[in-house]
Design a protein around this ligand. Structure first.
Ligand code: B1M
Length: 211
């Protein structure tokens, strides 16, 4: 941890959203740049949370409260980042596929990606292939992410990829969700899969070499 950001990081990792927002505001008031607060304070703390989650040291409740704390800090920083035209690391469109309402995992992936400096466009749940195609056309992401939690809906991921390709779109597609594995991802022509939100961030980093 960077010493001057210790307390902010401890608040975020501990899921104290009130303290995280207050400390973020106080760093802004004392002249720290949003980039420094993100890169030296918040992002390393989210990486700690992601790593602990991946390694089974913390569980979903801890991740959700840390995610809420991250959101409270982002609410302070987002207007400043927009004004400063902060250079995002890349853009990712995320959605849960048609027939599936599960979104907790997808939302976590989105928060972790935002926390890692990516711009995320979340198009929601129950998304038909055409909705993904429209979103890719409109937002021109570097990566498209599909989530599915049901064995009955994961097969629809192939429909999405096939529809994208037949529409002439070669955006890399990553797939995730409890029933998805690497073999399935390869079979349907996905660029990769990630078991956890933390792994998804690492995968997106690999797919966007400049990030
Ligand atoms: Co549902 N459900 N559910 N459910 N549900 C499961 C998935 C199930 C395994 C429960 C079970 O039976 N043991 C089962 C699926 C069985 C199967 O298909 N093999 C199931 C079922 C059957 C159903 C219904 C059909 C139940 C019914 O109505 N009879 C129904 C279907 C509704 C529908 O989608 N059409 C249904 C409904 C629901 C609720 C609405 C009640 C609720 C969802 C609420 C919501 O999401 N807003 C719900 C929940 C909560 C679950 C369980 C209990 C928990 C899922 C969850 O949020 N996990 C789940 C059982 C389980 O998984 N243990 C279950 C926590 C979350 C952080 O993990 O989503 O896996 P997860 O995400 C992880 C990774 O998978 C990965 O990163 C995340 C964070 O590390 N990841 C990605 C996810 N997306 C990714 C995308 C990526 C990369 C990584 O790249 C793009």
């Amino acid at each position: 941890m960077t010493p001057e950001f210790d307390e902010l990081q401890t608040a975020l990792i501990g899921g104290n959203h009130v303290r995280t927002a207050e400390m973020t505001q106080s760093f802004v008031t004392s002249g720290a740049t949003p980039q420094d607060i993100l890169e030296k304070g918040l992002l390393p703390a989210m990486q700690v949370v992601g790593r602990r989650f991946r390694d089974g040291e913390v569980f979903l409740p801890e991740v959700l409260v840390a995610a809420r704390a991250m959101k409270s800090a982002m609410a302070v920083l987002e207007p400043l980042l927009a004004a400063a035209k902060y250079q995002s690391k890349g853009k990712v469109v995320l959605g849960t596929v048609k027939g599936d309402v599960h979104d907790i995992g997808k939302n976590l992936v989105g928060v972790m990606l935002r926390g890692a400096g990516f711009e995320v466009v979340d198009i929601g749940t129950g998304c038909a292939a055409e909705k993904f195609v429209d979103a890719v056309r409109k937002h021109q992401p570097h990566v498209l992410g599909l989530s599915a939690l049901l064995t009955t809906t994961m097969t629809y991921m192939k429909t999405v990829i096939d529809t994208l390709r037949s529409s002439g779109m070669d955006v890399p597609v990553i797939v995730g969700g409890a029933p998805v594995n690497a073999e399935f991802a390869q079979q349907i022509g996905a660029a990769g899969t990630a078991r956890t939100a933390g792994d998804a961030v690492e995968l997106v980093h690999r797919l966007i070499p400049q990030a």
